[in-house]
Design a protein around this ligand. Structure first.
Ligand code: BTN
Length: 253
């Protein structure tokens, strides 16, 4: 990638024409000692993974399918915050390159006009109480045309091309993401999560709205009131009880 504006992120790039999953390849590289900032990127994935064991549809040449290795000196409990750091860096990069301000849906979706344009999957390699590496997987629907999406997702997915009406230069979008990620990561490490939380909330779609959270233990309905400094979603139910949501699918109601 020419024109990188980073010290560390994307300085070491592993590029493939086709891979099963960049997550799988990045896990192996991290395990073998690849440095922080290593990026695995491919034109096509034959078994892309989404959150909660779902399949991630990764068409050849149209999207940005990549995984970034991050090695923060932090405890594993802070891993979920990186999904939010990543979402803010992506939202900012999309704004810079397309002029469109996307919305973020907790925890990991970036939307335009209510449809998903980017998904983030953060996976952890830990040694007891320390993160040894985080594998941050990013799937961006960049240049898909409307009929490129399979029936299962065509109602809920969109691409930057569809929204903007112009082809997106993928390398520039990746450069913008890496620059913003490096910047927000450094703010997060030096100043804590609070400044990231404030930025995140400025893009957030559901805050202040009624939502339904489907968790492994059941459904919680109420008003999303914000996220904590740990990145946990807070929902106030109709009895005024506040629930902390660590992992769920959120629907606006
Ligand atoms: C989600 O919204 O469920 C997360 C989707 C993450 C998809 C990306 S594409 C690059 C990386 N490799 C994978 O197999 N998955 C992630």
């Amino acid at each position: 990638l020419f024109g990188l504006e980073t010290d560390k992120f994307g300085r070491n790039i592993h590029y493939y024409e086709s891979l099963g999953s960049t997550q799988k390849a990045a896990h192996q590289l991290a395990y073998d000692g690849a440095p922080e900032g290593t990026l695995v990127i491919t034109e096509e994935q034959t078994s892309g993974r989404g959150r909660l064991g779902r399949e991630w549809y990764s068409l050849s040449g149209k999207g940005i399918w990549m995984s970034l290795i991050v090695r923060p000196d932090l405890p594993p409990q802070q891993a979920p915050q990186f999904t939010l750091v990543t979402a803010v860096a992506i939202a900012r990069a999309i704004e810079e390159i397309t002029g469109i301000t996307p919305e973020i849906k907790w925890p990991n979706d970036v939307l335009i006009n209510g449809k998903k344009v980017v998904g983030i999957l953060t996976e952890l390699q830990a040694e007891s109480d320390k993160i040894s590496s985080l594998i941050i997987g990013i799937g961006m629907n960049a240049n898909h045309e409307p009929n490129d999406f399979p029936p299962a997702v065509e109602q809920t997915a969109t691409s930057l091309f569809i929204e903007k009406g112009e082809k997106i230069p993928r390398a520039r979008l990746i450069q913008a993401f890496l620059k913003n990620f490096e910047r927000y990561y450094s703010i997060y490490v030096t100043e804590g999560f609070r400044p990231i939380r404030i930025l995140w909330e400025s893009y957030a779609v559901s805050i202040g709205k009624r939502v339904k959270a489907t968790t492994v233990t059941g459904v919680i309905a109420g008003r999303a009131i914000g996220i904590t400094d740990e990145g946990v979603l807070r929902i106030e139910d109709d009895e005024g009880v506040i629930h902390n949501i660590y992992s769920a699918d959120i629907q606006q109601t």
